[in-house]
Write a protein that binds this ligand. Sequence first.
Ligand code: KG4
Ligand code: ZN
Length: 334
Amino acid sequence: MTEKNDFLTLGIETSCDDTAVAVLRGGREITAEFLSSQIGDHARFGGVVPEFAARRHLENILPLVDAALRKTGITGRDLNLIAVTQGPGLMGSLLVGVETSLALSQAWDVPVIGVNHLEGHMFAPLLEFNLEPPFLSLIASGGHTEIVRADALGKYATLGATRDDAAGEAYDKAAKLMGLPYPGGPEIDRLAKDGDPYAFDFPVPLKNTPRVEFSFSGLKTALLWQVNKLKDGGELPINDLCASYQRAVTEALIAKVSLAVGQTGIKNVAASGGVAANSALRRALSESRWNTYLPSPSRCTDNAAMIALAGHCAWQRGIRNQSGLTPNPSLELP
Ligand code: KG4
Ligand code: ZN
């Protein structure tokens, strides 16, 4: 990417339960990054409570912005751009990020640009790697599971998505029914390390269909049956259950990446979203015959640096908010 190196972008991400703020200098250097996770707040409810999340964002956002500016050694007026997640996500959460960005934009006389959260995830690998389009992007998070072909930055085609649950949701729901804490993905990943991935023969959803598509609700039901059967016998073989379940989810994801590579002939494969932090998926992708681009785990989950970079690149391409900026919980990829 070619751009002025001193262009300063403030990234703001509040689409779900993490309040994240980052300052990006040029197209690469992250001068400050702060994230306030609400995991502890929502864990006792077993999932994200939207109303509660919005209130927490409201408390967190300005102190985090302040900290990011201080760390970078600038004031708000020194910024060149504010990039904020516009959607998809939870309405109340998005509203806090967008309204705050608009207010700061007014106060500091700095332009603001809305960023699609999924496009943000697609930019996470670009924070760490030199990856030029065309490439394939597996986005697997708590709310989305899709494979996108990036023909150019800003020009995307969704090759296929999930029919029901997202992969992260499949992990979270599985964890819940095994009595494990929220969020389930990291917990299952951890417990699977000491388990046998072939102990249980869970079905790999839609493995052999000729379409890029996912479905995880049947797999979750298979786990539920298995857990109910095992419960009668006493303590659950939790490590084996986690390892086997993780194997099935991973195989489902890899099967469709493989199909997408075959259909498009594109061998550059990036992965992002919280599930891209999963160790089994990372191993499978790294051992594949494709050129894989895996951001470090903290860049897979929601963060503001990816939003700042996506916003920065969109701005460089001349994208502007045509009719004002409003949050859109069901915003689609450009
Ligand atoms: O991208 P993300 O932080 O937020 C969304 O945009 O949804 O993804 C969160 C999801 C959660 O469902 C979480 O359980 C899952 O990513 N996740 C993982 C791992 N780390 C986070 N799933 C499997 N293995 C992990 N290590
Ligand atoms: Zn996300």
